[in-house]
Ligand binder design. Structure first.
Ligand SMILES: CCC(=O)SCCNC(=O)CCNC(=O)[C@H](O)C(C)(C)COP(=O)(O)OP(=O)(O)OC[C@H]1O[C@@H](n2cnc3c(N)ncnc32)[C@H](O)[C@@H]1OP(=O)(O)O
Length: 311
């Protein structure tokens, strides 16, 4: 965090703002808040740890696809305080996974996530603590979205409140038949605070985002496909008929986009991410830099030697 603050000071005092902005983007591991924003990572970690329960489990596979499981079935996979800290730690582990290419985020026991744990929410319902939790989760979910991995949320059962926000921190969403994504915040006297509103606008546009948040609409797979919140629907019945578990089906779906060497797949994510987040000139310079990491590299030379045709 101190490092983040130093970089921020340098950024502000530097005449070459763009270069520093890019450096910040690359080196700050995607954090949105640091000490200059009044954010004290250690203080909030300690506070969150006082609300234990459940876990966030990470399985890194040989295929280069990792599975992140939100695991608190007795509370419909609600996020306890310690699970928020867990999430941040798992994201750190994924940031340093050099062989990684893809990520599936799922809930345990047939449902995705019912948002923040209401028991913890009641205990920290004062505004200063709410702000700290909000900044902590925005940092963690922004870093999740900025991982150089192609990510997909596998939504079974319900994704409510913060759970709906979590789905938007993935590149894609696969909804299973019967599943629902619902931004229930309005019913809780809230708006999203984990970055879910900003990301939702990018995914479905401001008109649809306004409808989903203003109406706390239940998004079923059909509506999800229609507005672009869902990228594919997986049929639970097909899984039961032997087409592979839903997780296997999600891995098959994702593998269409993760086939190939890790550096190339990671570069694909990086150039799309910079196109999504940076002004055009910055995005173009980042694209050049990423391109430079692949040009003349092993995958590039192998493809040239094999004289591949793309019929
Ligand atoms: C960032 C902002 C937020 O995320 S605010 C939180 C938004 N989420 C919510 O308000 C979800 C409230 N929960 C519900 O609507 C229902 O429990 C849902 C998820 C629809 C499940 O209903 P149903 O299938 O009937 O099961 P149930 O209600 O008996 O729940 C089983 C046990 O799980 C618990 N649970 C569920 N959600 C949470 C939650 N968010 N925080 C804490 N606990 C939760 C229920 O209380 C219930 O526990 P218990 O068996 O009564 O001990």
């Amino acid at each position: 965090m101190v490092l983040c603050a130093v970089r921020w000071q340098l950024l502000r005092s530097s005449s070459s703002y763009g270069a520093w902005a890019r450096l910040l983007q690359r080196q700050s591991r995607g954090c949105v808040y640091s000490s200059v924003h009044g954010f004290n990572q250690e203080e909030i970690r300690e506070k969150l740890q006082a609300f234990p329960g459940g876990s966030i489990d990470l399985l890194k596979q040989e295929s280069g696809i990792a599975v992140l499981t939100i695991n608190y079935p007795t509370r419909m996979n609600a996020f306890s305080g310690s699970m928020m800290v867990d999430l941040e730690e798992r994201v750190s582990q994924l940031e340093s996974w050099t062989d990684g290419k893809g990520l599936i985020v799922q809930g345990a026991a047939g449902t995705f996530c019912s948002g923040s744990d209401l028991n913890a929410v009641r205990a920290i319902s004062n505004p200063p603590d709410g702000m700290k939790m909000c900044m902590f989760m925005q940092n963690a979910l922004t870093r999740l979205l900025r991982l150089p991995l192609i990510s997909v949320a596998l939504v079974e059962g319900r994704a409510l409140g913060g759970g709906a926000e979590l789905t938007t921190a993935c590149d894609f969403r696969l909804m299973t038949s019967g599943s629902v994504i619902q931004f229930v915040h309005k019913h809780m006297g809230l708006v999203p605070g984990w970055g879910g509103a900003a990301r939702l606008v990018h995914i479905v546009g401001s008109q649809n985002a306004l409808k989903l948040l203003g109406g706390a609409l239940k998004v079923d797979p059909e509506l999800g496909l229609q507005i672009g919140l869902a990228d594919e629907v997986l049929e639970v019945a097909q899984a039961e008929e032997g087409a592979g578990t839903l997780l296997q089906q999600a891995e098959n779906w994702l593998s269409h986009y993760t086939k190939g060497p890790a550096p190339v797949i990671q570069a694909v994510k990086k150039v799309v991410l910079s196109g999504r987040e940076l002004p055009l000139s910055e995005a173009l310079r980042t694209e050049k830099d990423v391109f430079g990491t692949l040009w003349g590299g092993p995958a590039n030379l192998q493809a040239l030697a094999s004289k591949s045709k793309h019929r």
